[in-house]
Structures are given as C-alpha cells and as structure tokens.
Design a protein around this ligand. Structure first.
Ligand code: ATP
Ligand code: MG
Length: 498
C-alpha cells in the first residue's frame, strides 16, 4: 500500500494511474509545462500526493500550500510564486472562492478529485518528458519565523539527494509504515516523512491533522503496524500532556503501543531536555533529533541504528553527502574547535537552487567559495557531534559584551516543574544593547506561585548572572507558535518588551 488516509487505502498502482490522469488534465496535449508554477491546496491525504507527482510528471514546479493558512497568506504565496494553476481539494473550494476575483482570473482552477474521476473521458496521449535533474521541481516557503516566508526553489536532483541521504541514514525500507501527522508545506512533512516513504516503497498513513488524542487513539487501538513517527517538539509536548490526562490503565496501553515503532524523530526546532527525558519515560524511545532547513534539507542527524549513541541537546553528525563547517564573525571559514561557536555553513547536492524571484537574497546566502550560510550558530563537541545554539538573528543575544544562547536559557527554565513553555528573547536595552528577557507560560493552577523573583531564584544556581533573564512576562495562555511550532521572537519582543 502506498497511501492510507481517512478516506481509504491506495496502492502504488492506483497512485501511478491517477498521477498519469491528472498529468494529462494539467497538460492535455502532453506538452511540457516548462516550469510553470502549479500550486496545490490539499489536506493531508491521497490527493496531495497525486497532485505533487502529476505536476512533476507534467514538467511543472510544485508549490504546496497549507490548508491552515488564511486566504491573505495563500494570496501572498500564489502571487509571490506567480502560480498559473491552482489545484484544490473540493473540501477547500470555499477558500478558493474567497480568493480575490482578479487573482482567480489569473489562475486556472482545477478540482483534483474531479480531474482524477474524469479519467475515462480523457484521451491521454502518452508522451514521456525528459526532465533534466537540474530543472526546478519544488518551491517550499520557509516557516516565516524571522520575516516574510521566502520561496525556496529545489531542483529534482536536490530533492532526490535530500531523500536519498535520509533513506540511507534512517534505514527506510518497504517494510516501513509512517504515521504522518505533519503539515505538508514544509520539508519536514514533504521530504522527510512523505517522499522518503514513497521513494522506499513504504506505506504513508496520514492523520488528517495533528490532534494528540487522535494520534494516541490510532497508536493504541489501531493495528500495531506503525514503524515510524516524526514530529516537531511541540507535537511531542502535546502528546505528553494528553498522556498525563489519561487514566492509569490507558497510560499502560499507550506506553505499550509505542513499542510498535522502530524510530521516532524530532526536529524543526530545538528539543527541550525535559521533553527528551519525559518522552523516554512515556514511550521507551530516545527521540532522534536532527537539524535541517528548507534551503538545505536535512544536514545533521543523530544515529538511527544505535539509540544509545544519541545525545541529548545534540543534533548529531553530518548526513551522507553533506559537508559542514563554521564561519567566524569576520566572515572567515574556520576549522571547528571543540565547543567554539560560529555560524554553520553547508555544502552538498541537497542544497536549494535559489530563492524564488530574490536574486539578491540568493547571492547573499552563499560565501564566495559556495558555502550556504545557515544563519544558525552551532558548535562541535569533542566527540564530533554538533549542537545548535540558535539563530544568529534572534536566539544569539548580545548583552553587555556577552554572546548568549537563548536556547541554553530556555532549556534551564523548561526544567522548572511548573513551566509549560518558554521563549527567551533579547529586549532592547540602552546600556547592555540587549537585555535577556523571558516569556514564560505557567500551568494556570500555579500562576500565583510563580513570580519573577521565584524564577530568578530558580535560575541562580543554574545560569551565570549575565544569562539570567532580567525581565519575565508570565502567561497562563499558550505562547503563540506557527504551524511548525516555532516562535516569532521579534513579535514577542514587540508585544511584551517594547
Ligand atoms: P524563516 O527562514 O522564514 O525565518 P525558518 O528558518 O523557521 O523560517 P525553516 O527552514 O522551516 O524556516 O526552518 C529552519 C530553521 O529551523 C533552522 O535554520 C533552525 O534555526 C531551526 N531548526 C531546525 N531544526 C532544529 C533543531 N533540531 N534544533 C534547533 N533549531 C532547529
Ligand atoms: Mg530560515
């Protein structure tokens, strides 16, 4: 089986047939779409997969859109990518109708389900396109954590390299069955979870959307045939909270159900240590943390085979075919020395081609000798494994001459038993440049016991004085996070500390 979704089971044979059908609906004369941007708006499920492959088979560039985005966001992506066709799932027809009329007029709108169903009436003219691997295949928009999302263009080769290195490193095979509950408009969901599965002949079982209770229900009550799960830390946190709400007997079943998996992966943002340990207690699994970006695909990963070799707080080692090094503040590439931080640089066949319609941004993203500048600060331990210290632009705070990793401080605050979530930011300060500040979400029943003073006391034995937040904003509501569970720290600073 290729795909299982809430509507049914679909074999690889059926997938191939429907891909061919849709391909000829996209290009009735069988001609090459010549890198036309074809956007598609489908929920997690079969039609998404058919759309993606049909666009590739017809020679178009696939632009996946998120069903979670409001109309204005979709408009931004469609206009930025200069899409000429929009494939949509009928469940989202109302969203398509809500797009501005002038935009609709510029788009060829096609209902994916209807197009597949009309197969028998379409006289398909088989014609094989010879697509070079260097042609553009995919535009995925970055998560927009630090600004407007940028369209990241990958070639067919780039996508293939991203898939190949993970299939090899994480030992994907046709025996795998992944429970897929990630959004399908970012590399985590599109490349790591979906396309690695399809490239291996595995089964991809979609949850229509992530809800912790539903995920647990499937694991406990469904056939015990799942082998892989991938999530962002916020998903594991929600699963752990749902577990805590279960009656004892169900908890026992839940922990037992986790034995069906051979591997559970976390990424897209830093995995907090308390969650790493909590998840091990609940599931018996040591989460495999990995690091990557839309522009690079996956770069660093803990080992898949030997869980005892995975290190808490570490994202592991370079994946096959990927090279990394560091750059110092003067812009010089340096050989990493143990625990010496620098900006992480990446080379390899997995890299993107360009930012869509942003030649200047593309040029600035590379060093003169072709390294991609991730904008993330990292350091290597003596054993060769890598640690991500955070984004230079928002997680590396510069306070009174110190360079401080917000992630290190978040780790210590998250170890506090009454704190549920935290975002450490740099608030502007006339003397220090930036002042360490923390937005802290506490469990509502404890909101009166947790105060700025008690939090400072918690930090005192754990952090240096210069790392200890000078200001706290204590919330009982969720800290706002985007679809990938990431916090826009710029917005946090503006909202709470200006
Ligand atoms: P934008 O580029 O629009 O600001 P974004 O960088 O969040 O958004 P993505 O490409 O989806 O968009 O995310 C890549 C970033 O996610 C990395 O640069 C890094 O900062 C962060 N990241 C990914 N995995 C990890 C990890 N395991 N630990 C820490 N950070 C991670
Ligand atoms: Mg980015």
């Amino acid at each position: 089986m290729a795909i299982v979704d809430p509507t049914g089971n679909f074999t690889y044979r059926q997938l191939l047939r429907d891909v061919q059908t849709l391909r000829y609906r996209l290009s009735p004369d069988g001609m090459d779409l010549n890198e036309a941007r074809v956007a598609f708006l489908c929920p997690n499920g079969y039609e998404y997969v058919v759309a993606q492959w049909a666009i590739w088979a017809a020679g178009g560039i696939a632009v996946p859109l998120s069903t979670l985005h409001p109309v204005q966001e979709l408009q931004y992506f469609l206009e930025d990518a200069q899409a000429t066709v929009l494939l949509f799932h009928p469940d989202h027809a109302a969203t398509v109708e809500a797009l501005p009329a002038n935009l609709q007029a510029r788009l060829q709108l096609m209902d994916v389900q209807q197009s597949i169903a009309l197969a028998s009436t379409t006289a398909a003219v088989p014609r094989d396109l010879h697509l070079s691997g260097h042609r553009r295949a995919l535009i995925i928009y970055t998560s927009g954590t630090t600004g407007k999302p940028k369209g990241v263009v990958s070639s067919h080769c780039g996508v293939q390299n991203q898939v190949d290195c993970l299939v090899q490193a994480w030992q994907w095979s046709s025996h795998d069955r992944i429970h897929h509950a990630l959004p399908l408009h970012h590399v985590h969901g599109v490349i790591n979870a979906l396309n690695c599965g399809l490239a291996s002949g595995a089964t991809v079982e979609f949850a229509s959307r992530f809800r912790a209770e539903d995920v647990w229900r499937r694991w406990i009550d469904g056939p015990q045939d799942l082998t892989l799960f991938m999530g962002v830390p916020a998903m594991y946190a929600k699963l752990a909270q749902a577990y805590d709400r279960m009656p004892k007997a169900t908890q026992v079943q839940a922990s037992k159900a986790c034995r069906q998996f051979r591997l559970m992966v976390s990424g897209s943002s830093a995995l907090p240590s308390p969650l790493y340990h909590r998840w091990r207690d609940i599931s018996g699994h040591t989460l495999l943390e990995r690091y990557g970006m839309t522009e690079t695909g996956m770069v660093l990963s803990n080992p898949a085979l030997d869980a005892s070799q995975r290190r808490e707080g570490s994202v592991g080692y370079p994946l096959p075919g990927v090279q990394v090094c560091l750059m110092d503040d003067q812009g010089q590439t340096i050989l990493p020395k143990p625990d010496q931080p620098g900006e992480l640089l990446v080379k390899g066949g997995n890299l993107f081609r360009e930012y869509w319609s942003r030649p200047e941004a593309t040029r600035k993203a590379f060093t003169a000798d072709g390294w991609f500048k991730t904008g993330d600060s990292a350091c290597q331990a003596t054993n060769g494994s890598w640690r991500i210290l955070g984004r230079n632009s928002q997680d590396i705070l510069k306070s009174g001459g110190y360079k401080i990793s917000a992630l290190d401080i978040e780790r210590e605050l998250l170890a506090h038993p009454l704190i549920r979530d935290v975002a450490v930011v740099g608030a502007p300060d006339q003397v220090l440049g930036q002042q360490v500040a923390a937005v802290v979400q506490v469990l509502p029943e404890h909101c009166s016991t947790v105060t700025s003073l008690s939090l400072e006391a918690w930090c005192q034995p754990r952090l240096a004085r210069y790392q200890t937040p000078r200001r706290f904003k204590i919330l009982t509501t969720d800290i706002p996070r985007n679809a990938m569970g990431k916090v826009s720290k710029k917005a946090m600073v503006e909202h709470f500390f200006m």
